[in-house]
Design a protein around this ligand. Structure first.
Ligand SMILES: [Zn+2]
Ligand SMILES: [Zn+2]
Length: 348
């Protein structure tokens, strides 16, 4: 049996072609993919490659689909059920996996990185993933299109789980991509009263302004965001800063605008070969500022993300600016790379 799949071949080269449909063995679940959204990480893999992706490989991990086949011995699911996929698959044995923190497993293997991903008609959930309960059912009132953004939303929830955002907190976000927008909406959901959104791309800011509201949109290319925010906050700085942009300068500015007792999230990673930054450590010391890292997410945040979408508190469709067929995947990457889209979802 054949299926259609997009193979990442080398930087800036992805090809849609026929491939063997995966066989569903004992303990595995085969999904028929309906939608797979393109993640910022997919764009980075497309442009520069990824150390965990060995081409030719099917990437894509923001998946919504239906159960197509169930391997022998798998209980608790039915063919035809609508589902999404938790990305991080752990070894299942280490101290982190034993706590359910598969995202921190040193031998972690993720769907769409190590395992073939969702830019294909079918996707196989490996036995380990089935045992770790990494398939999540979608309730009737959530469309599969909406379900395709559960993964990025779950990552934002994971990042914010460290930040204790409360009513009337002021929140600054670096990065006006879909992740920055999700952070913005989640922060407002928690009662943030003042919000600042910073990006160096006028194109992205234009998009952000069109679909979302923040108190101030700041173009970091034209004005100094740290000076601006300090003047808006009467030199108090903000309660929470989230850096959802892969830039050293954004991380450094984030630490400058952090107020007393502020919580700072380095949500996005920096390029692997250039990730050392300098900052005034005493400023953190005297002002009791906390800095948190965040990487991927786990099932618990998927469930939270799903509930926020199901209840209408987060409007999934507001993030989706483009839907394209799988064949036009490179066009999708092109739109994202130029900042001309928020979420691009491929209809498989
Ligand atoms: Zn993602
Ligand atoms: Zn592990």
């Amino acid at each position: 049996m054949k299926m259609k799949a997009a193979f990442y071949l080398e930087p800036e080269k992805i090809e849609v072609r026929e491939a063997k449909k995966p066989i569903c063995h004992q303990g595995e679940i085969l999904l028929k993919v309906s939608y797979c959204a393109i993640c910022g990480t997919d764009v980075r893999t497309y442009l520069h490659g990824h150390k965990k992706v060995h081409p030719p490989h099917i990437i894509g991990h923001e998946i919504a689909g239906e159960i197509a086949e169930i391997g022998k011995g798998v209980k608790g699911c039915r063919v035809g059920e609508r589902v999404t996929v938790v990305t991080s698959v752990g070894c299942g044995r280490c101290r982190w996996c034993r706590k359910g923190l598969y995202n921190l497993c040193p031998e972690g293997k993720a769907i769409g990185y190590f395992y073939p991903g969702g830019f294909a008609e079918y996707l196989l959930m490996p036995k380990k993933g089935v045992l770790q309960n990494l398939i999540l059912k979608i309730p009737k009132n959530v469309e599969l299109l909406e379900a395709s953004i559960i993964e990025p939303l779950s990552c934002c929830l994971h990042g914010q789980s460290y930040l204790n955002i409360k009513k009337n907190d002021s929140v600054a976000i670096f990065g006006a991509g879909p992740i920055g927008m999700m952070h913005l909406e989640l922060a407002k959901e928690k009662g943030a009263s003042k919000t600042f959104l910073i990006d160096i791309s006028e194109e992205k800011l234009k998009f952000a302004r069109k679909y979302f509201s923040a108190d101030r949109f700041i173009n970091g290319d034209k004005e100094n965001p740290a000076e601006k925010i300090l003047s808006f906050t009467k030199n108090n700085g903000v309660d929470v800063v989230i850096v959802a942009a892969p830039a050293k300068v954004a991380q450094q500015q984030a630490l400058k605008i952090a107020g007393k007792k502020a919580r700072v999230s380095f949500f996005g990673g920096l390029p692997g070969n250039d990730s050392i930054i300098a900052f005034d450590s005493n400023f953190l010391h005297y002002n009791e500022i906390s800095v948190f890292g965040s990487f991927a997410s786990n099932r618990v945040e998927y469930v939270q993300a799903l509930n926020l979408i199901a209840s209408g508190k987060i409007k999934a469709k507001n993030f989706i600016t483009h839907q394209l067929p799988l064949e036009r995947i490179e066009e999708g990457f092109g739109l994202l790379r130029k900042g001309k889209a928020l979420k691009v979802v491929l209809k498989i």
